[in-house]
Design a protein around this ligand. Structure first.
Ligand SMILES: CC(=O)N[C@H]1[C@@H](OP(=O)(O)OP(=O)(O)OC[C@H]2O[C@@H](n3ccc(=O)[nH]c3=O)[C@H](O)[C@@H]2O)O[C@H](CO)[C@@H](O)[C@@H]1O[C@H](C)C(=O)N[C@@H](C)C(=O)N[C@H](CCC(=O)O)C(=O)O
Ligand SMILES: Nc1ncnc2c1ncn2[C@@H]1O[C@H](COP(=O)(O)OP(=O)(O)OP(=O)(O)O)[C@@H](O)[C@H]1O
Ligand SMILES: N[C@H](CCC[C@H](N)C(=O)O)C(=O)O
Ligand SMILES: [Mg+2]
Length: 491
């Protein structure tokens, strides 16, 4: 492809020499993956600066460089103001604007993104559509599953995945859009048809300066809605009106908003909510009519997730009957309020709660139905928001009866430091057991009929990450093995 043609997507740029005759065979932002003929885009990252790898990119055969600085080298360099945004534009152009060919739904917010993408995927598949999902657990394109490094992939991987979707006949794609991704422009080249907001609560303050900065990142999804190339499809923002930040997000988009909620007046509402041990039921009120919902999903937070999914599905033209059927038949998401069943007389639940708000939601739900004692096994990730640690510990202490604080992906941090951040301020009874398996065993062996154990924080994860190494560890398997062992020793 002629480099000049690709650069037509970039409104302003400067060159140090003529680029008229340059042909490029790929675009990359990583010197380690440069192939001869690639255009190398220098990105200023969180760890290092891509500008430092120009020589290495050239040595490996790069055809030209896109940079934010005049590099003073005898080599074709295109200078732009913001390489991150330009990379997203180039990625979309290089893969020929694939989101134009796919109905694209983006979900952002602190909690509930993965769950809502799965709920929507089930709805669209019930309509016999070919779908794709991208998110924390995996990427799924028309039934083919791919592992992911990030919840939201970098711009190049993302656009290449959308191209694959078009080639595979995907009609609707539903993706999680993390605040990191928005801040780093990973989705800047995507033309979303629907943007969903779930909620905002504390997380990621290691990365974002404060909650305002975190919200600013989230709002970018709504600001970019409708700025794309596809003007034929109507765009909608679907926003949780019960969230205090809803007005700011509504103001940040030029597109129509469908609101959903339980407390404030909204377009999509849940009334007559009944939360019970086997799930939820409620009356779903929408501009397209009213329908009774029953679902195996537990807790008030699940009602919110269903409202968000219903709002987006209705905006996409799906019928209320399909939505009703899909919520009734949903399989849920692995590692989200997932019971571990091995014939024991007490409940064991694995859940991905790794923020104060999600932990509170899950524990409130458990408390509602637990006739006995609640035991909580919980830790906090290393190299992540330190200020959420004591808050998560407070929530565990408030709702649980016996708390065992343990490790959850210490990464490069000392587990003792993480545990001390969680517990140093606490009074009262709790235990600290650094070894997660021991902690789970302790919680399970001391439970009896009517009790419940919550194993929080890792959900679907199948590893424990310590110093860059991922050791096999699956809360669900570990719990099941312990339950079977305990049962065996009693029989
Ligand atoms: C902090 C963060 O967000 N980092 C992301 C970021 O990497 P970075 O900014 O650290 O990149 P860097 O290492 O500084 O490198 C800068 C540039 O130099 C280039 N480079 C670097 C080294 C080299 O030898 N040659 C070279 O060319 C790199 O390719 C890059 O272009 O850009 C990368 C590509 O998009 C991401 O994979 C990476 O995610 C890391 C792995 C990560 O852990 N991110 C987490 C915090 C994250 O993004 N999480 C959210 C979900 C959070 C949630 O919802 O809970 C997510 O979307 O996954
Ligand atoms: N709407 C909600 N409000 C509050 N908590 C929720 C909500 N939905 C789910 N949760 C809790 O948050 C946990 C994570 O849910 P989910 O994986 O759907 O969120 P996410 O936004 O994708 O998270 P991540 O940022 O890690 O990708 C669940 O296990 C549950 O404990
Ligand atoms: N996407 C989140 C996942 C947190 C899950 C928890 N198990 C942890 O490792 O902190 C993050 O990377 O911050
Ligand atoms: Mg997720």
């Amino acid at each position: 492809m002629k480099m000049k043609e690709l650069l037509e997507v970039v409104p302003f740029y400067k060159t140090n020499q003529s680029i008229d005759t340059i042909t490029i065979t790929g675009v990359t932002m990583d010197s380690r993956t440069v192939s001869p003929g690639d255009l190398f885009v220098c990105i200023r990252g969180a760890e290092t600066d891509g500008h430092a790898y120009v020589t290495s990119a050239i040595d490996q055969g790069a055809a030209a460089i896109v940079a934010e600085e005049d590099l003073n080298i005898e080599f074709p360099v295109v200078t732009v103001n913001d390489t991150t945004k330009v990379l997203a534009m180039l990625a979309a152009a290089y893969y020929n604007y694939p989101t134009e060919g796919v109905y694209t739904i983006g979900v952002t917010g602190t909690n509930g993104k993965t769950t809502i993408t799965y709920l929507l995927d089930e709805i669209f598949r019930l309509e016999q559509q070919t779908t794709a999902t991208i998110g924390t657990i995996q990427m799924n394109i028309a039934g083919d599953v791919y592992p992911v490094k990030n919840t939201t992939p970098d711009a190049l991987s993302l656009q290449s995945s959308f191209r694959k979707m078009v080639d595979r006949g995907v009609e609707t794609a539903i993706m999680e859009v993390s605040s990191h991704a928005l801040d780093q422009g990973r989705v800047y080249g995507c033309d979303f048809d629907i943007a969903i907001f779930t909620n905002l609560s504390q997380d990621h303050l290691d990365y974002h300066e404060d909650m305002d900065d975190y919200l600013r990142a989230k709002s970018l999804l709504f600001a970019q809605l409708g700025n794309g190339y596809n003007v034929e499809r109507e765009k909608f923002a679907v926003i949780n009106i019960d969230s205090p930040v809803a007005p700011k997000l509504i103001r940040s988009t030029a597109k129509p908003t469908l609101t959903y909620g339980i407390h404030e007046q909204a377009d999509i509402m849940a009334a007559n909510i009944h939360l019970h041990e086997k799930g939820t039921s409620f009356t779903l009120q929408t501009p397209k009519g009213t329908v009774e919902i029953t679902s195996p999903l537990m807790g008030m937070f699940s009602v919110y997730n269903m409202l968000a999914a219903a709002g987006a599905a209705l905006a996409a033209g799906i019928s209320l009957q399909t939505i009703k059927q899909s919520f009734a038949e949903t399989e849920g998401v692995r590692g989200r309020f997932e019971p571990v069943l091995a014939g024991q007389e007490f409940g064991v639940v694995v859940d991905y709660a790794h923020t104060p708000d999600s932990l509170e939601n899950v524990l409130k739900t458990m408390k509602e139905f637990c006739s006995g004692q609640i035991r909580v096994v919980v830790g906090c990730g290393g190299d992540r928001d330190r200020t959420k640690r004591s808050l998560m510990a407070d929530v565990a202490m408030k709702y649980g009866d016996h708390i065992i604080f343990t490790s959850d992906n210490p990464r490069t941090e000392e587990p003792e430091r993480i545990l001390s951040d969680m517990t140093a301020h606490l009074n009262g009874n709790f235990e600290v057991e650094e070894d997660r398996k021991q902690a789970i065993e302790q919680a399970i062996t001391s439970s009896s009929e009517g009790d419940m154990v919550l194993i929080a924080g890792k959900g679907h994860e199948t590893y424990q990450e310590v110093n860059g190494v991922r050791y096999d560890f699956d809360d669900r398997e570990v719990a099941r093995d312990i339950l079977l062992k305990v049962k065996g020793s009693h029989s």
